[in-house]
Design a protein around this ligand. Structure first.
Ligand code: C2E
Ligand code: CA
Ligand code: CA
Length: 753
């Protein structure tokens, strides 16, 4: 069998007046020179092979020579076609091994090998073997000729037409591929963050469009009214790599600079043969230009694709700044320009993963009373103050530190423990901050976490620091606290208890006890304080001092408090029905309840629903609550008073209410804290706090009750000091409603003790 590829010999033409080339192209498969059109001849007649190559061999079509691939049977053709690509035209004999071997081969080429581009010209010896017209259409057969029809000129024109059509098809599919690649490049590029990554991506994608490795540089030029800046390097790849590390103007290579400047001035791509200067029209006064080295000149199609690519990417290059901007907004605080919480968590994650964790400490820096400063001096002033704090934190503690703004007036400082320590940070607040010529003295509270002791992620570390900060704040202002593992345990325990409390409430494990209040003169009970109790399933009592703060913290106190109020009101009504008509009921109200916008409404509704007379209901609020937000409290108390309910201040003496302030509050009673009752027997007469409270009550025209009275001496001293009422284990412990009903019925009339 002859070789399937025919090296063309010199050809002469003595029949047609076609010009034959003296120098036939020497062709090899797969060589560097791929610019010949490849024509495959499939025919079992060897003569057909030689006449065809003789007829066409030395001709050029569309400026390119022909190269022949030979197959002598359909089977051999199948084999060859497995590896032979970019065959432009197949001249195919219909009748070979079988009468319709050629037609089967066509089906195989189109359907199995999926070679859609190759043009097929069917040839047959006899007119009778013409394929069905359907087959010609279905299998995209270019032409059908009887062999006798194919004179040399006919063959030439037929193959030329096929080559032209092949070229057209290839262009279309190349450009479709190219366009696909551009679209793909667009999405790839969009996934890159940062202007520089994007620019490098643009170079890589432009090169890949040309089937090359990126070897070039991409620059930006700003042209405001004052004139254009130099071309600044945004990305440099391949042989230009050295430019990438320096943000310098490309002066090094005059040829590159000239090419790029030409592209800028002409506002289009400039091709020099061995390189291209790509022009990307940027927004308003900004342009982007790239220089890409090319080992060969681009084809016409490639030039057009590059243009489409550049137009696409120009939008992207502008957008990517927008994206970076959004990135900045997501990771940096706009006011202070410091990293924000999200970014700090990223940095913490990185620190925890690296060697720096061993020495690193995170500190939250919470400015004390910043809200007041902000309210008093205005938000603009507050903003300036925050920026000043940010500046001082960043410049004073050391270069290696990360300073972030976590939220309003809380900053985060992360760095080496030698720099990030309470003494160093708090020292920064000793000097006042000078804002608009005004000196502002600030103080701060710190919550710190040593990262070496931390076994969670960055976000957990921040939470721990926050726990430490809360602890520091609850203990003293202008202090600091390091997070310890036990604090974490404590928090988890609290969360556990929160769930348990909620379950207990829904399972009716909570109930109210009543502790009688006694008239010290008659020693008769005149009222009771409702106290909440929680007995767990295993019979243990949890102290309200433990679970009330949790109920407050979780908000459950709103429901719980309402339930206690209703239960106590109900008990009051029951007692009244049993004949205890002057009996009063004191109910504890927590600050969280009191602040709830619907508190007043809830109170009125509970009174109405239970039918409890408001004049016999007293609410106990703590003194610490009375000190916060004075105006709100004054307003609130006035409204409560209108319902007829009276108010007592619980734990009185532990806070620091001023006399003038107390006068403005519409309260009825002061409750002397147990601590001062205990102390009364030890202190010299006339110097006790209890005595002062009793006097204060007298001066303000308020009733006074002492709580926690445990022994007779205390009761007597209190009575002699002028305290009319008392509550305590001396008289009665808190008791359930049933016990209270019985106790009142039995003991109330004959007096206690
Ligand atoms: P509190 O309002 O000061 O209640 C008085 C506490 O002193 C009660 O503790 C009571 O049992 C206890 N006590 C009474 N007499 C004596 C005595 O002679 N000696 C001693 N050592 N203690 C005495 P309890 O019931 O454990 O309540 C603790 C705190 O829990 C209450 O302090 C109150 O602040 C809060 N609390 C209890 N029930 C409620 C409630 O329904 N709502 C709200 N918001 N807080 C409640
Ligand atoms: Ca109380
Ligand atoms: Ca109390």
């Amino acid at each position: 069998m002859p070789p399937s590829i025919t090296p063309l010999g010199p050809a002469r033409d003595d029949q047609d007046d076609l010009v034959f080339l003296d120098e036939p192209a020497t062709q090899t498969t797969g060589g560097a020179q791929r610019s010949a059109w490849r024509v495959m001849i499939i025919d079992d007649d060897e003569d057909v092979h030689s006449t065809t190559t003789f007829a066409l061999g030395s001709l050029e079509m569309q400026g390119r020579p022909l190269e022949f691939v030979h197959a002598y049977s359909a089977a051999q053709a199948r084999e060859l076609l497995k590896h032979e690509h970019d065959i432009a035209v197949i001249l195919l004999d219909v009748v070979m091994e079988q009468d319709d071997a050629g037609l089967h081969l066509v089906r195989h080429i189109r359907e199995v090998l999926k070679l859609a581009d190759v043009r097929i010209i069917l040839r047959t010896g006899q007119p009778g073997y013409a394929p069905e017209i359907d087959a010609i259409r279905d299998f995209d057969i270019n032409d059908y000729k009887t062999k006798s029809e194919l004179t040399r000129i006919k063959l030439y024109t037929t193959v030329t037409a096929a080559v032209r059509s092949y070229e057209q098809i290839r262009k279309i599919s190349d450009s479709r591929r190219g366009l696909n690649q551009i679209v793909h490049a667009g999405t790839e590029l969009m996934a890159l963050h940062g202007v520089r990554n994007f620019a490098a991506g643009v170079l890589a994608q432009a090169a890949s469009l040309l089937g090359q490795q990126a070897n070039g540089v991409l620059c930006v030029q700003e042209c405001p009214d004052t004139g254009c800046t130099d071309l600044a390097v945004m990305a440099a790849m391949g042989g230009f790599h050295h430019l990438g590390n320096r943000d310098v103007t490309v002066h090094s290579d005059a040829r590159v600079l000239a090419g790029m400047e030409q592209a800028v001035s002409r506002r289009r791509n400039v091709y020099t043969g061995d390189a291209v200067a790509l022009y990307f029209a940027g927004k308003s006064s900004r342009v982007f230009v790239a220089w890409l080295e090319m080992p060969r000149p681009p084809t016409e199609l490639e030039e057009r694709l590059l243009e489409v690519f550049c137009a696409n990417v120009a939008v992207g290059l502008d957008n990517v700044e927008l994206v970076s901007h959004l990135h900045n907004a997501a990771f940096y605080d706009n006011l202070s320009k410091l990293p924000n919480r999200t970014r700090l968590i990223e940095i913490l994650d990185a620190t925890l993963a690296g060697p720096a964790r061993d020495d690193a400490t995170l500190s939250l820096v919470d400015l004390d009373h910043f809200a007041e400063t902000n309210d008093a001096l205005g938000h603009a002033f507050g903003d300036t103050l925050l920026v000043a704090v940010a500046m001082r934190l960043q410049t004073s503690l050391g270069q290696q530190l990360t300073v972030a703004r976590i939220s309003g007036d809380i900053f985060g400082v992360l760095g080496d423990a030698t720099q990030v320590n309470p003494a160093a940070i708090l020292a920064l607040f000793q000097k006042p901050f000078s804002i608009d010529g005004q000196d502002v003295q600030l103080s701060a509270t710190l919550g710190l976490v040593r990262l070496c002791e931390h076994d969670g992620n960055g976000s957990d570390a921040l939470k721990d620091a926050d726990i430490a900060l809360k602890r520091a704040k609850s203990q003293q202002r202008s202090g600091h606290f390091y997070f310890t593992r036990s604090m974490g345990v404590e928090i988890r325990e609290r969360v556990r208890m929160m769930h348990a409390l909620r379950t207990a409430f829904s399972k009716n494990e909570l109930f109210v006890m009543y502790q009688p209040q006694i008239d010290l003169r008659t020693r008769r009970p005149v009222g009771a304080e409702a106290l909440l109790r929680w007995r767990t399933a295993d019979g243990k009592f949890v102290s309200p001092d433990r679970f009330i703060p949790i109920a407050e913290y979780s908000g459950l106190i709103i429901e719980l408090g309402e339930w206690v109020l209703r239960t106590a009101c109900h008990e009051l009504v029951t007692l009244r029905a049993a004949g205890h008509e002057d009996f009063t009921m004191s109910i504890n109200v927590s600050q969280v309840q009191f602040r709830h916008p619907l508190f007043l409404q809830m109170l009125k509704q509970a009174l109405a629903d239970t039918g409890a007379p408001p004049e016999y209901v007293e609410l106990e609020i703590t003194e610490s609550m009375a000190m916060e937000e004075p105006n709100l409290l004054i307003e609130m108390l006035a409204q409560i008073k209108q319902t007829g309910v009276s108010i007592a201040i619980d734990d009185f003496g532990t806070g620091f209410s001023s006399l003038s302030y107390l006068q403005r509050l519409q309260i009825d009673r002061l409750k002397i804290d147990r601590a001062f009752v205990t102390e009364i027997t030890h202190s010299a007469r006339g110097s006790s706090i209890a005595e002062m409270v009793i006097q204060l009550g007298r001066n303000l025209g308020l009733s006074v009750i002492a709580e926690g009275v445990e022994d007779e001496r205390q009761a007597q001293i209190l009575y002699s000091l002028g305290c009319p009422m008392a509550q305590g284990f001396l008289f009665a412990k808190p008791m359930t409603a049933d016990v209270l009903d019985a106790w009142l019925g039995k003991d109330a009339l004959k007096g206690v003790a």
